[in-house]
Write a protein of this length. Structure first.
Length: 311
């Protein structure tokens, strides 16, 4: 299943890592129960998406690691399922038995039902989402991780100026209000998605995921010589967004001609561009220096160039 390598020491006397885990597998704390039929295939799909995530993180030269690497919070993945093993079907379990996809203190949990195309599409329709993908889950949840790693206690005031106060209302209050009332009626005028209207942390994670979409798609387009030339760190944000929209319009029309969902459903209104610009600055910071040195000295400003929304 794993297609990566394990680093070995030049010192032949050095003890080998008894786990024998590569630089992707070593972050797994919990894997699915492989005695359950179908779980190995689901796990393989999760790992394929996770490896694409790690490729993007290295492309952006973003820091991550475990406590043994000297990184706090320590990054870890739990892939779990609310399933009855002996019968092998999904169930509506009690609250304490459900596995919720999410992030907490560096630990990213993904319910492996997301690796089932039928189950994931059902959830997409129920949640009223334009897209729901495995790589999308990874990119969203890693956004929460980077809030803790690069923003918390470092540039929270700049964050508040762009995304709003994450302390008022509390996350619990915002979560309850969202599931009672749904997304804000005006979210399309200022946010990347309806879910982003729930709380500034979710706004950040949703916007972070789209930023990673932009970087990944333009990297692919550049390497396949599709008329785009983009460097993950050196290309300015407005150029990135403009190229992504231009390519997205073409991809959307191709998908529509095949009866598929839009590849790029987002509309980049100016407040969204401002938030993407904040994330672009965070991604380009020198993360090899102490955290305080990597913060922005000035509040984020909206780039002066207008960015037209993709139709």
């Amino acid at each position: 299943m794993c297609n990566r390598c394990v680093a070995v020491s030049d010192d032949t006397n050095a003890p080998a890592d008894p786990r024998g885990l590569c630089d992707c597998c070593r972050f797994n704390d919990t894997i699915p129960d492989l005695s359950v039929a179908g779980n190995q295939k689901r796990w393989a799909r999760l790992e394929a998406a996770k490896r694409r995530l790690f490729y993007d993180l290295k492309l952006l030269m973003l820091p991550y690691g475990t406590k043994s690497d000297g990184v706090e919070p320590s990054l870890a993945f739990d892939f779990k399922a609310d399933v009855i093993p002996d019968k092998n079907y999904w169930r509506c379990s009690d609250e304490e038995e459900r596995v919720y996809t999410g992030h907490a203190d560096g630990r990213i949990t993904i319910n492996i039902r997301e690796a089932d195309d039928v189950e994931r599409e059902k959830l997409r329709v129920v949640m009223g989402e334009t897209q729901r993908t495995l790589i999308g889950h990874f990119r969203h949840e890693i956004g929460h991780y980077y809030w803790d790693l690069l923003i918390k206690g470092q540039c929270e005031e700049q964050f508040k100026a762009v995304f709003g106060d994450h302390n008022s209302p509390t996350y619990a209050e915002a979560l309850e209000a969202y599931y009672q009332n749904g997304p804000a009626a005006d979210w399309q005028t200022r946010l990347i998605s309806g879910y982003a209207s729930m709380h500034p942390w979710e706004d950040f994670a949703e916007t972070w995921a789209v930023y990673m979409d932009i970087v990944s798609v333009l990297d692919t387009a550049t390497n396949h010589q599709l008329g785009m030339v983009s460097h993950p760190l050196e290309t300015d944000l407005v150029t990135k967004v403009t190229q992504y929209q231009t390519l997205g319009i073409s991809l959307n029309e191709i998908n529509r001609s095949l009866g598929l969902l839009d590849a790029v459903p987002e509309v980049f209104v100016q407040p969204v561009v401002e938030k993407l610009h904040f994330i672009h600055q965070i991604a380009r910071a020198d993360h090899t220096r102490p955290p305080a040195a990597a913060t922005m000295a000035q509040p984020v400003k909206v780039p002066p160039q207008p960015v037209q929304a993709a139709k």
